[in-house]
Ligand binder design. Sequence first.
Ligand SMILES: [Zn+2]
Length: 418
Amino acid sequence: MNTLKDCILCSAENRWFDCWNLWIQTSQNYFNPESFRLNLNNCIQSLRTITWILQKSKSKIPYFDKWYGKWQVKMKSDPILKWAVDARNTIVKEGDLIIHSKARIAIIENWFTPPIFELDVPPFSNTNDFEKILSKRLSVKQLSLDGLLRVERRWVDSKLPKNELLDALAHTFEFLSEIILDAHESVLSAEDVKKCSWYHVYKPQHKEIHSSMSSIDWNRTIWIDLKSNEIVHVEEKKHKISKKSLKKAKERYSNCLESIIKIKESRGLIEEAKVFFKMAKEILIKDGHHSPIAILGYPNREQRLCPLKFDDRTEKKLVIYKLANIIKSTEATSLILINEVWVAPENNFKLTPNSMESSERLEALTLFAIDAKGNEYHCGIVFEKKDNKIIFKEESEFNFKKYNINMLSPIKAVWKLK
Ligand SMILES: [Zn+2]
């Protein structure tokens, strides 16, 4: 990792990066109790040292005490910050925190998610034990469903029973980040701030960094394919965080590495969808294929393009849940989803699960668009590949408010909740 050397507060800023890395490692080890405990302890201890390091810069900063005094008052009145201080003392002086793990289990079939039961698992039981418990509790019928089993785990400390642990750490991290940011804006000279790379990277992206940390339920959820009884993953790229990779690393949904475009004026969902579909057809002609992509729209007219990757229906389901999770933690108000599918003439070229098995199946490019207001739009075009050329056939367009795009119901549920 590159170290920051160009600011008076560089030591605190380097520690800030350490804390962020440790938080991510803690979240990545949510289902490995021993690694989770180790990373949790390290993260809590490192968070605590940020304020100590800040105070060491005191001699270089005029009016430090007056400025820092205000933050000390705020920190003392924040129950989670207070917990973090006590937790660090416990770890250093007494040993591990007394943490508990709880699990909520739901069977996901046909996009609807009735939780079938909730169960507590003993702390430090690992994922394998977990599956054994599940197979004892679930009937053969439930286990042979063509669906996904969602297992959501939650770690809590006995001294902070109402808050999930990663949430509590993310709150602490955000609070400490605000202190470092305020130091730049309230006590450092403009000259010093100019030299600071942390400030110029963090400031424009701080909202997204912290919102990505608040959408942690994705990290504490595993998905099991009920047919194969195997854990299903959405492909993830591991990346190490440095200030150079900050922009990429902020988005933990790394199969959704995104680019942001800003459109001049909103044309409304359907008009936008049509523009994207036209572009998609051109891409298909040029490249011979179209990789799945999601386009998220925001009220400030920003649009994020998220390339997706899924190889089968189960993975596609999971990607939809991942998108729902992104939407939950951001202000996104619309979604356009473009991908290739199999359709069959006997099903009238409509999207049906059995089209894939049809001997006369054909490929189609489809687009689904929905927004938070309840608008839905769907269009598609059947195509054939002949001599490396794309030949377009039947084109269909559906613009329906009543028609329910089942596949996207997890996303609709998020907007409904909001
Ligand atoms: Zn700085």
